[in-house]
Structure formats: structure tokens, C-alpha cells
Design a protein around this ligand. Sequence first.
Ligand SMILES: O=C(O)[C@@H](CO)OP(=O)(O)O
Ligand SMILES: [Mn+2]
Ligand SMILES: [Mn+2]
Length: 556
Amino acid sequence: MAAQIDFDLKPHPTIPKPDGPLLVCIMDGWGANLEDEWNAVHVADTPCYDSLRKVDNRFRTILAHGTAVGLPSDADMGNSEVGHNALGAGQVIDQGASLVDKALASGSIYEGEGWQHISKSFATGTLHLIGLLSDGGVHSRTDQLYGMIRGAADRGAKRIRVHVLTDGRDVPDGSSVRFVQELEEVLASLPGVDAKIASGGGRMGVTMDRYEADWNIVKRGWDAHVLGEAPNVFTDAGTAIKALRAEDSDAPVTDQWLEPFVIVDEAGKPVGPVVDGDAVVIFNFRADRVIQISKAFEYESFGAFDRVRWPQTNFVGLMQYDGDLKLPARFLVPPPAIAGTSGEVLSRNGLRTFACSETQKYGHVTFFWNGNRSGYFDEALETYVEVPSDKVPFNQLPLMKAREIAEAGKEALRSGRFDQVRINFANPDMVGHTGDMAATVTACAFVDACVRELLDVVDELGGRWLLTSDHGNADDMVQRQKKTLKPILDEEGKPVALTSHTLAPVPVAIGGKGLPEGVAFREDLPKAGLANVAATIFNLMGYEAPAHMQPSLVHA
Ligand SMILES: O=C(O)[C@@H](CO)OP(=O)(O)O
Ligand SMILES: [Mn+2]
Ligand SMILES: [Mn+2]
């Protein structure tokens, strides 16, 4: 495919190049959804957003979920990986979830080099599977896990251990109980195979850190999964989860935050530490939250924490998580091929980019935006700035680092050193995931104020801007009854929080003092999605849209 891409940008016939920079601003997790008291975007005081919505032909919504972003079905909510891939690449790419589905259905997963690698341990060692136990479809899916477990048992695996990270973020809190039961049934159904859950913990505190926000998270996972050490030991996972959730206590704990645990036998010995000669599969298809644990398994020289013991294993990822680092070296399903991203087009044409977010979303505006590529296309032309995120549950500090990001953005805009300034505000998404309505309202209002400041600076400079989002989240904070859409209530009559992303479309708005009057949204693309944004951005920068991208949303 790469060979067919024409990277040469041509001037747009009617939209001249701007005098100032183009600002691309992503409000992560800000969807356009039913406007009632559980929509934090709607409830928040958002004078900037409200004014943009009133501008004819320069505000619309676009699809951010399902097949529009390369997910298997339209029942799949969007997420940051697929969202930023589509925004940055301008293309709809078959995503990891779809590719794994196809590889399992065709059996090709069992024919590759990755499967051969783990099979070497089937007769004499243990096969370990580590990942997010959830059917949320953002990082992993239980049906794929069960498929791999059954496939391994059919192909001679004699001893299987599963290390489960509980979700409650892409699926309702409390669903971990059901997933563990279901998994235990699958494990018990394998004839002649010794199969058990060996360890686990909640995804936010165990194993699934991202962008090196806090390596302690990964260390906790390593200790539990590999060394068989954790502050909590139980003889079965169902009991572990119920006890750690502490539902009847004064301080219940949600699935996302369960402490690490290890399953032990009657003699108190861990049932499944990882040892030399074992095989290890990370069963998440999405990259960001399993890159660090993959490094811990794969890298000989590793200084992030003391591994104590580094077992020599046949290690694979469900996919290759980082194409540039070639990490992991072996994998079960080849990752999506994403070529000709907008970042590469910009740098090949000598255009200068600034990208900034805080740690939690830093890789979203760089790595995901650039087609799951770490590093730079051309370091001389790209400046990437990461503002360190706080290390707390984000409803405790809902402003997060939006102030610092806005300041960095303004400085970059004013510097005159960049043609495109790309910003991601993490708040609506990260605070939305906590399920805390009041904090999420605060988060949305603050982001709105920061966006206003950025747009004002663009105007000062005679530039142009495009404001959008990658998927919904803050726009619905409650679980709803299917037909009436009324909140589901718990035993005490309180609405049950929705911590996941939503299926909502997202807004896209364009403007700026430097945007010629005739530039407006076309009306013939009612089903447009995130993949239509990249071409739009090139138009706003005064170039024709690259031919390999989905059509631009604007006409001039
Ligand atoms: O936190 C994450 O890993 C996901 C939800 O599972 O959110 P996002 O896609 O917004 O990064
Ligand atoms: Mn996101
Ligand atoms: Mn999210």
C-alpha cells in the first residue's frame, strides 16, 4: 500500500494557506449525546462549546464508534486507540479486535510463528495467559480468550494458568464476578488439562499502566503473575474478587481498583508462578496498557523495577504492540497496517508539528495519531511535549493538567515555529471513567474554558482551528434501561454509574479569524466519521486532501 501513496501536498485551489498556525484540539471522551441531567457535557457550564454549536455550517457531529472506526460491529463503542488512529491516518483501518476475530475464525492464528513459539511449552511447561478479563472490546475480549484457551487445549497444552485483570471501566462495575465464573467454567471444561486462574488484580493498579505513568503498577502485576507474590492470597478467584470488592464494608472497592491477589493451593503455595520454559501470552489486542509488561518479559536489560527473577519464557503478544520497537518480537496476529498517516505527510512536506498532552493521553496524540508508531518521522520538524499526569484517581483532581497543556499550546501557537499545533485534553475521558458525575461536570467546564483561551490565541494570530473529540464518555454517566433510557437504580435507589465510553457521535467545529468565509461543512456526508477529519485538516492548512484519505468535511 505504501508504494501507492502520493505524499506530495498540492496547494488547495481555493483555500489559501493561513497566515498563522492551525490548531487541532481534541477533547478526549467528549460526545454529543442525549441532553439530560446525566450528560456531564450538557450539565457543565460550557460557554465556548455552546457558542460554537450555534455557528451554521461550521459545527457538526461525526461517527466515532463501530465500523466507522474499523471495529467489528456497530455495537462496539469507540476508544482512544481506534479514535486517534482514524483521526491521524484519515483512513478506516481494520482494527486489532477485527483482525483477531478473523484470525480465530479462519484458524490462521494457529499457523503463525507466534503460535509455534508458545507450542514449544505445551507438552512440558505451563501456558500463561495475562490480560484484561472483559467483553468491553476496548483492550481485549473474553470470547477471544476462551477461543485461544480451547485452541491451546486442542493442540496439546497440558497446563494452563490465567492471570486476570478486572475491568469495571469498559464494562459495568461488579461484572468481574460474572467473568471469573464464566472463565472458571471454560477452564473446567477442558478434558485432561490442568487449568486454573493463578493471579489477578484491578486494571488501574495492577499491570496495565500506560505511557510509563507509574511503573509500580506493572511491578505489582509482575510480583503477582510471575513471582506468585501479593498482599492477598486466596484459594480461588471467585472468593478473591468478592473479598477484595468488600461490598458490605464501609470502603467498598470497584473492579478497576482491586488489589493484586495470588491463588494458592491448600499448602499455601502459589498455583501458577511463571518459570523457565513456560509460555506466556498477553491476550490484550490493544497496545498502550501492555507495552510495559511486555518489556518486563522480553528485555534482558531492564531497569524499571527489580524483577527479582526473570524467567526464560516463550513470550508472545496477541499482537505486536509497537512496530518500531518490534515489541514483542513474536505475536499471534499481525497488527493493523497503518500507512500514510497525516503526521508522515506533514513531515515529508517539511511542515512543522507540535503535539502535547499529559501522560495519560500523550501517546494518544503521538503514538496512536501516527499509526501506532513511537518516535518521530523527522525530529527536526516535530516537537512532542508530555506534561506529567497526577497519580491519583482523577475525580480527586478533575482539572488534571489541562491548565499546563493549554499554556504549552498557547506558547507553541505564539512561537511561530509550527504549522500544526495538536492538543489533547484528557479530562472528560479520564474523569468520566471514574463514574463521578460532579467531578466530570467540573472537568468538562474547565476544558471548555481552556479551549476558549486557545481559540482566542489562534484568533490573535490570524490562524485557524479544528476542535473535535475521539469518542464519547462524559456525555453519559449513568447506566440506563434499554427502552425508557431512565437510569438503572441500585438497591438503595441510587442511579448506577456508567464508567465506560459511549456510542455517541462526537462534535467537530472549525473556525478562526484566518478561515476564509466560504469554508463550511459539506452537506453530502451525513455518515462521516473520525477518518474524515485528517483530509479536513489538510484543507484548513491550505492543501488539497491526500487522495488516500477519506473525503474532507469541508468545501470552499
Ligand atoms: O483507559 C483506557 O485504557 C481506555 C478505556 O479502557 O480509555 P481510552 O480509550 O480513552 O484510553
Ligand atoms: Mn479517548
Ligand atoms: Mn477512555
